[in-house]
Design a binder for this molecule. Sequence first.
Ligand SMILES: [Zn+2]
Length: 97
Amino acid sequence: MRRRCDMRVHQRFEHDRLNSAALATMSKGLCPLCGYRGFVLGPRGGVAQNIECGNLDCRARFNVLCVSGEVVMGHAIPRESEGGGSWPSAFHSGTFS
Ligand SMILES: [Zn+2]
């Protein structure tokens, strides 16, 4: 049961894989959804880094792979409001209600 559920989550992530235009935008430090400059860093796992758009009206999240400052691969992950984890961050603390 659990394994099947995990696979479905994985497929969703595959579906949300960022295209080359989005990757190029993110390499410039811009959110591919809203164009805001700046991301909040979330948990890092191995070579992958979770980031969240710094625009409080967007807060889109991505799991990205950066090589030499270029975002070479990435996919969208759930926002905190969509069931994503809560990330400890000075940027976040006390700024939302
Ligand atoms: Zn954004």
